[in-house]
Design a protein around this ligand. Sequence first.
Ligand SMILES: [Zn+2]
Ligand SMILES: [Zn+2]
Length: 406
Amino acid sequence: MNTFESSLNANERQDLIDLRRDLHRHPELAFEETRTARVVAERLQAIGLEPRTGVGVTGVSTVIGNRCDGPTVMLRADMDALAVSEVPGRPYGSRYEGLMHACGHDAHTATLLTACSLLQREADTLPGRVLAVFQPAEEGRGGANAMIGDGLLDDITPDAAFGLHYWSGFESGLVAVTPGPVMGAVDEFHLTIKGRGGHGAIPHTAVDAVVAGAAVVGALQTIVSRRSDPLGAVVCTVGEFHAGTGFNIIAGEARLSGTLRCYDQQIWEVLPGQVEEVVAGVCSAHGCEFDLDYTRVDIPLVNDHDMTMMVRSTACDLIGADNVIDFRTLGGEDMAEFLKRVPGCYFFIGAGNEEKGITAPHHNPGFDLDEDALPLGVEMLVRTAKRFLTQGQAATCPPIGTKDKA
Ligand SMILES: [Zn+2]
Ligand SMILES: [Zn+2]
């Protein structure tokens, strides 16, 4: 872990970790983050802020600073947990069976709350305002749109928006910031293939939904390998395949579900039609009927170039250009909804640590993050916000290398 000049003293660092651990012990699913929202609101009130609660069911927002004639910068964290059972034995482990902060949103909330307290100390001298947003339901449930629909941005229009995700996939102490599309569009499909059940020894009198389903799984991959521009990353994953009741019974029905992801708008537009064509063609060839339910979950997350350079400069100043890396993932991220409306940048803070055994991927029961990374997250949010408000955008960083790792 590289060192940097943190605004937090030892007590404040401990408070940040304690806060993260308290939230980690009490994970809540999408739109059920009532305790989390209460903790957030109480913390904001305790430092003299006026939180607005119930924005998009359980979301919380607040404004720091009173210079209405200056720019407004939005900082955003997410609060929801996942239906994952955490590995046992951690002193700060989840107290709720089957629920876990397996994506680090506990750390995001603790980080933004701590950033709010640092910014609030300087509120009188800020040349503009900070809109802090604690959104519910990031994990594919549309919490950002729920908050926007509830008027989050009606009275106060941010000029820029920033947010971060801690990432266990690379080492603590690194910051990843990349312009353009950095997180994927996420589509979801559910498919039921209807054949006709029968005896395992007499296939010609039945219509086998397992064989048809297996053919669909293989054929869907040709959307990636044969129908999409290989320079534009696409992934197709079939995550579920349920069929059959016995070894000697031909299954009359198969149920599959999966996801398609990409960055590119043109590719994204044609994916639903291509899935429909493949499913219809394969099912027809096997004599099966089908029901296909295809939905859009997340739009691609696109970072604004100038805002990205601002975050990158902040990171370079803090930890040096050698520790600032490039990273993209086809994971989805609801922050995309804010960045569609407001120019901004979503970036990543490394939170893996091999020495400490922190290597499990996100959404895994063994997921954890290196808490030593948290002060860097706080510092990045505070400095980026202040940098934007003062428009001190010095391009002190070397140019970004090759982004496309597809
Ligand atoms: Zn997640
Ligand atoms: Zn996440």
